[in-house]
Design a protein around this ligand. Structure first.
Ligand code: PLP
Length: 318
């Protein structure tokens, strides 16, 4: 069920969301940012600590939200491609001490954005959440791009979410809705989340139109994510053939391509030149560029992007 600011069910939304998560209550959110604000903090107390990968979205892109909204420490841990393993969680859990924050939550980002859209294998999720449970910690899945993982791996959203206490998905990004996300968890968790959402000004009235976009996205834009993944792989293969560009196409699992520049051209200068040719990518620091495929970019668009990249990185047209 998706519900509006009054907690009223929006017709048919349950059917669509039921295909994603099982046994959940889902308040409609304005975006994952709002879901975040009204989600995990409702299980957290100021001074507690969240274990997350050092590339996790709340650490880099949420304007200090975990500190500002929940008063929590983010304990940033390491591991390849935006993922950590059970041993890393075990090592990061604090022993009770009058000096240390209390560890409270383990946070997994599926897929990992800064891990170039990498997919957490189900077995890794299960081992990480098992360690958390053994220590009495809550677990949360930031599934902003969960459906990309589902389509690429064939593992269901239900299975990915099964060992977490809470999870959310975003209807925007690859799914293509203009706004909206949904948070899932136990009834008690969602009741608390509602209170936090209300406190932070997250109430919505005529939310049906937003839910409609989400329902449409779940019905029509999930399977086609495979096209985005194929396009991302093709983009990476084309980029890898250009001089001064480093990317391993075999590492591209979903719709995000990070590549590094080895020549004199910096990433900010390169993305400006690409934009002048109608191709939008993002610079991450001086040497790294991020490209994302989605439903507004088709296979022909990828070829145009590669032609533009060839001009920018070689100084020559095809
Ligand atoms: C992994 C991850 N989590 C959360 C968010 C926040 O999503 P929204 O912008 O819909 O609030 C993003 C957005 O880019 C993201 O990449």
């Amino acid at each position: 069920m998706i519900s509006d600011g009054y907690g009223m069910a929006i017709p048919k939304s349950g059917i669509a969301m039921g295909t994603v998560f099982e046994n959940v209550a889902i308040p409609l959110q304005g975006g994952v940012g709002v879901a975040r604000a009204s989600g995990p903090p409702s299980v957290l107390t100021a001074g507690e600590e969240v274990i997350a990968h050092h590339t996790a979205h709340p650490i880099h892109f949420e304007t200090g939200g975990p500190g500002a909204l929940a008063g929590v420490n983010m304990r940033a841990i390491d591991g390849p491609r935006g993922q950590f393993d059970a041993a890393a969680v075990e090592a990061a859990v604090r022993h009770p001490s009058r000096y240390s924050p209390r560890t409270r939550l383990v946070w997994v980002e599926q897929t990992s954005n800064l891990g170039s859209g990498s997919i957490w294998p189900l077995a890794k999720i299960e081992s990480v959440t098992a360690v958390a449970r053994r220590h009495g910690l809550a677990t949360h899945m930031d599934g902003a791009r969960l459906m990309n993982a589902v389509v690429a791996s064939g593992v269901s959203a239900r299975d990915y979410a099964a060992t977490f206490d809470s999870a959310w998905i975003d209807f925007t990004k690859g799914l293509g809705a203009p706004v909206g996300a949904a948070l899932a968890g136990s009834r008690a968790f969602i009741d608390e989340a509602w209170r936090s959402k209300q406190q932070m000004g997250g109430s919505m009235r005529q939310a049906g139109i937003i839910a409609a976009g989400g329902v449409y996205a779940l019905r029509h834009h999930v399977k086609r994510l495979a096209e985005d993944h194929a396009n991302a792989r093709r983009l990476a293969e084309g980029l890898a053939a250009l001089p001064g560009v480093r990317v391993d196409p075999k590492t591209i699992e979903t719709n995000i391509v990070f590549f590094d520049l080895e020549g004199a051209l910096t990433a900010p200068a390169a993305v400006e030149r690409l934009l002048a040719r109608g191709v939008r990518m993002g610079a991450h620091g001086e040497r790294t560029i991020r490209a994302v495929t989605h439903l507004d970019v088709d296979a022909a668009g990828i070829e145009r992007a590669l032609a533009a990249a060839r001009e920018v990185f070689t100084g020559r047209a095809a």
